[in-house]
Structures are given as C-alpha cells and as structure tokens.
Design a protein around this ligand. Sequence first.
Ligand code: UD1
Length: 434
Amino acid sequence: MEALRIYTEKPYCLQGEVTVSGAKNAVLPAIAACLLTEDALELNNVPLVKDVQTMLTLISELGASCALDEKHRTLTLQAKKIKSTEAPYKLVRAMRASILVLGPLLARSGQATVALPGGCAIGTRPVDLHISGLQKLGANLKIEHGYIIAEARRLKGTEIEFEKKTVTGTENLVMAACLARGETVLKNCALEPEVVNLCELLVKMGAKIDGIGEETLRITGSRDLGGAKHRVIPDRIETGTFMVASALTRGDLILKEVEPRHIEAITDKLIIAGSQVEQVSPNIIRVRGSEEIKPQDITTAPYPGFPTDMQAQFMVLMTQANGRSIITETIFDRRFAHANELLRLGASIEIEGDKAIIKGKTSLSGAEVMATDLRASACLVLAGLIATGQTTINDIEHLDRGYERIEEKLRQLGVRIERFISNNNNHRKVEVKS
Ligand code: UD1
C-alpha cells in the first residue's frame, strides 16, 4: 500500500502555476467508444491516471490494440475484431466505469458479459438504468453468477426516459444506440460536459446525434462508424480541487488548460467563500484566496449543479470558514467517509442523514488518516496543506485512479510531500524530490 506524507511547518500559501490534465471521466467513455468501430481512434490530452490503465487492460482483453504515447498524451486505439465479450470481475471491481463497455460490446458483437460492479465506498450504485435501457433497445439480459449476460442480434431504436439522471448510464445507451437500427430518443439524459464530449466524438466517428448538451438526445443508428481524432476536455474536478487548494491556503494560483464554462458552479461557491476567480484568457484562470473564508450551504446536484465529486474538497474548506456550513449530498447515499478522517485532524463535523454540518473555524493538526475513495483522498491531501505537523494519508491508490502526479504538481507550488510504501507501520520512501 502506498501513502503520502505532507509536512506543514507553517500553513502553506500556495503560489504558482498548475497545468490541469485531461478529464478522467471523459477519457474512459471515449476509450470504450473504440469498440464501436474497426477503424482507429486517436485521443489527445489523455490523463496518465490509473483508471486509464485499467480501461486499457480491459479493452485489450476484448481485442483492441492500444498505444499510449505518454509524452504527447496521445492514445491510439483500434478494435479491428472483438476477441472476447467478457469484462471480468477483477477489472470491474477495480473500476466501476468498466460498465461502459456493456453498451458498445453488445451493439457491435451481439453479446456482452460484464461483471456487476457491486457495492462501493460511496454507497449504493446500482446499474439498473443501464440494464433496463438496453432491454428497451431489444436486448435479452439475465444476471447469473454476478454477471450481466446480454444478447441481441441487432439493437432496435426506441424511446427511453431515464427515471433519474445517470452519467455512465446515458453514455452507455448513447453508444449502444449509435449502432442500433432506426432512431432512439433518450429523455432526461445527464448533461455533464463528459457526456457532451463523448457525443462530439461519436459524431466525428459518423454518428447522427441531435440535441447534444440537452436533456433529450435523438440518435439515428448506423452500421458504419469510422475512425476519428478527438481531444479530451480538461478535468473540471482536478481544476476545482486546485481552486480549493488556493482558497484554503489563501494562495494565488494560475490554472492552465481549464474550461471555465464547466466549473461555473464551483466558481460561484468559491466567490461566496470570499475567493477571487478571474479568467485570464480562454483557458487560464487565476484563483486568489481571501484571509476570511465565509461559511455557506451547498447541495450537490447533477450538472450544471454543484458536483458531488467536489463535495469532499469543499468540506475541508468549510472547516476553515468563520461559522456553520451545511453540505447536503443528494447523489450518493454514503459519501461522507472523509468526515470521520477530518475529525481525526480536529475538524468539527456532524453527520445527520444526507447532511454534514461543519462548524468552523477549527485548527487542524496532522495525523495519520485513511483515503476511502477517490475524492475523499483529494480532500485529505487538501487538509494536509493546513494541518500543522505531518499528515500521512494511507491507501492512496484511490487518489492515483483519478489525479495525475498530484504530489509533483503540489511540489511545484512549494509543498513538502512524499510518497511512501506503507507496510505495517514501516514506511519506506519511494520517491523524494524537493
Ligand atoms: C459518474 C462519474 C462519477 C460521479 C457521478 C455523479 C464517471 C466515470 N463517473 O458516475 O465520478 O460521481 O457520475 O456525477 O463518469 N443510479 C441508479 N441506477 C443506475 C445508475 C445510476 O439508481 O442504473 C443512481 C446512482 O446510484 C446515483 C445517481 O443515479 O445515485 C447518479 O449516478 P451516475 O450518474 O450513474 O454515476 P456514475 O455514472 O456511476
């Protein structure tokens, strides 16, 4: 198990520049989309994160060739033939987004066997809407031995209304509908920029999709999708995480290669907290923290609302606000595990159902904490920047799933941070750079 340790002799005031990576949640569906055609896809601005590796392992097992040029962040993918139609449990368990191969595999090969993701650290996350949507498109599905087993000679377009907005559910069904016979109308689709980015790729591949960026998508299926070149959008959650880092440390950060339109909900909340957020050029922003951080109430919601993936990071910020803040989590039912870890650092947080009540301002002191999921890990790294002394964050494999070289990016801003192999309290340093 690897761990990160942050040394904070006096609270940091982060200053400098950070280049934001491509969006993990946009590249994963784009990789799955390569299964829809025998031609090659070229993806640019690919983030070098663990989830990308997991997705590449999966699609290689299915028969696709993958060449990742790490230096240029370019990924070339080609699924000339589908060799296997099974997504095994070991990969789906490591990354729930593996479910994204279900729609494309079924649509291209007429069959798909994909492990059910099961429970996860942030609560119940069923895939019933993916399953019922594919059934409406004419697939026969059964669940046996923990696997979804799907078959369909050719999917047939129809009208489907999602009961609830689902990001990967929308992506799975859009991809499946692209190869289906006739027109599919998807209603109450997720509006996240990652869904839009996928639709734009599919259009470049030859798909006919009307209503991109709206709740109703009309897809006219076709058998001949081809290759395409596509740029992955900037990661709005990594952007938001560094914005909070600046606000929290009363810093002054320039964030490059960002998409300001995608982070409006985050920007609005930071401005209420007292930060200044300025657009320097189309893809560069400057975020300056203020001496006094103001409390506020935040409710997570589907895009364009406040993202659940930024909730944990804002919880740290609210521990430093002068007064009481309430965070209401409406997307996932158990997404407050980070609160317990923040309590170990000295925060004052009470959980009441879907609400976290944070009383600020509390001074945090470094301790050993455990990262329970991806965004909880980011929240603990942020906490380490203001907790006095040493903060050791254990089990950081979650962090590596979604943040590219976060410790290197922080080091460039002056943070003393080290990565360790943590073995029964016996820490061995694996990398030290000043
Ligand atoms: C995606 C993101 C994740 C983010 C989440 C919400 C990726 C790879 N992951 O996850 O980072 O936190 O959106 O913005 O893009 N639901 C059902 N049935 C289903 C599907 C979903 O009830 O079949 C529920 C979920 O339990 C949850 C809500 O719908 O309460 C939204 O989940 P969803 O948008 O599907 O999340 P993911 O796509 O898994």
